[in-house]
Design a protein around this ligand. Structure first.
Ligand code: PAF
Length: 277
C-alpha cells in the first residue's frame, strides 16, 4: 500500500481516502463520492476495509461484526474506487497475538465523554488505527462520516496534533427515508427494533424544535429525551449529551446551534446519532 501510494504521489496524483470497517452502505458510498469530488477524475480514491480489533472491548461485537467482502468490492467497483486496502491483523498489529505490539495513539480530551465514557478503550483503538492507516495510504484528504461526530473531532485533533499532512473532511450523515442514520450495525436490528430505532432521529428533531424559540436547560431536555426513548419498549437510553459542536464541551443551557448526541441500545445493538440543533 505504501509503495503504491508513494508511486501515485510521485506521479502527481492526489489521494482521497475513506477508512471503513466494511459492510458498506450508501452512507459509505457518499463518503467515497465526496473523496472523488475532492481529488478529481485523475486522482486516486482508496477505501480501506479493516475491522479493527483494538476499538472493540472484549464484551463487544468484534467476532460478530457484519462482513460481506464480495458485496463491498462490487459497491466500490460501481463507485469507481481505485484501490481497496484490506490489511491483515499481522500487518496492522505486528506481534500483537504474542503480546509484543505496544504502541498506541491516544487523544486525551475530546474522547473522555459520551462514547469514550461508555466505551473506555474505544477511541484509543480508533486513533491508533486511523494514524496507522494514514501512514499506509498517505492520503491528501480523508473523509469521515458526521454520524460519528466525536470520532471525527478526535481524528481532526489527532491530525493537527501529530502534524499529519492531510485534510480531514466530515461529510453529512446519510439517512433512511424514516430518518434512521445509516450504519452497518442496523443489520443487527430485528423488525421490531428497526421500527422503533427511529426514536434517535426523532429525539434530535424534538430537541431542535424545543430550542427553536428560546434556550432550554440541558437537564430538562435530557429528561425529555429519556421519557421519549421510554415510549419505545425495545430501546434503552445509554446517554444523551448537549455540547458545543467544535470543542465538545457540555453545555448547561441548550440553544439553537448547540449540538446533541445520543446512544440507544436495542437488545445488544447500540445505535448512535447526533445533530446540530
Ligand atoms: O468509523 C469507522 O468505521 C471506524 O471507526 C474507522 C474510522 C474505520 C476506524 O476503524
Amino acid at each position: 500500500m505504501q509503495r503504491a501510494a508513494l508511486a501515485w504521489r510521485r506521479a502527481g496524483k492526489r489521494i482521497g481516502f475513506v477508512p471503513t470497517m466494511g459492510y458498506l452502505h450508501d452512507g459509505h458510498m457518499s463518503l467515497v463520492r465526496d473523496a472523488r469530488r475532492r481529488v478529481g477524475p485523475d486522482g486516486i480514491v482508496v477505501v480501506s476495509i479493516y475491522v479493527n480489533p483494538t476499538q472493540f472491548a472484549p464484551t463487544e461485537d468484534l467476532s460478530k461484526y457484519p462482513r460481506d467482502l464480495k458485496r463491498d468490492y462490487a459497491l466500490c467497483r460501481g463507485e469507481g474506487v481505485d484501490a481497496v486496502f484490506l490489511p491483515s491483523d499481522a500487518v496492522m498489529y505486528p506481534g500483537r497475538a504474542e503480546g509484543r505490539y505496544s504502541t498506541y495513539v491516544q487523544e486525551e480530551r475530546l474522547t473522555l465523554g459520551m462514547e469514550g465514557a461508555s466505551r473506555p478503550t474505544h477511541f484509543r483503538g480508533v486513533t491508533t488505527i486511523v494514524a496507522k492507516l494514514f501512514n499506509c495510504v498517505l492520503p491528501d484528504v480523508a473523509v469521515f462520516g458526521a454520524k460519528d461526530w466525536q470520532q471525527a473531532a478526535a481524528i481532526r485533533r489527532m491530525t493537527t496534533d501529530l502534524n499529519f499532512p492531510l485534510k480531514i473532511v466530515v461529510a453529512p450523515t446519510r439517512r433512511e427515508s424514516d430518518g434512521l442514520a445509516m450504519s452497518s450495525r442496523n443489520a443487527y436490528l430485528s423488525a421490531v427494533d428497526r421500527s422503533q430505532a427511529t426514536i434517535l432521529s426523532q429525539a434530535i428533531a424534538a430537541c431542535r424544535q424545543a430550542v427553536k424559540q428560546s434556550s432550554v436547560p440541558a437537564a430538562e431536555l435530557k429528561k425529555a429525551v429519556a421519557r421519549l426513548v421510554k415510549t419505545r419498549p425495545a430501546g434503552r437510553l445509554d446517554y444523551v449529551e448537549f455540547f458545543d459542536s467544535d470543542t465538545l464541551e457540555p453545555v448547561t443551557t441548550v440553544k439553537r446551534g448547540s449540538h446533541m448526541a445520543l446512544a440507544v441500545f436495542f437488545g445488544k445493538t447500540r445505535l448512535i446519532d447526533n445533530g446540530r440543533l
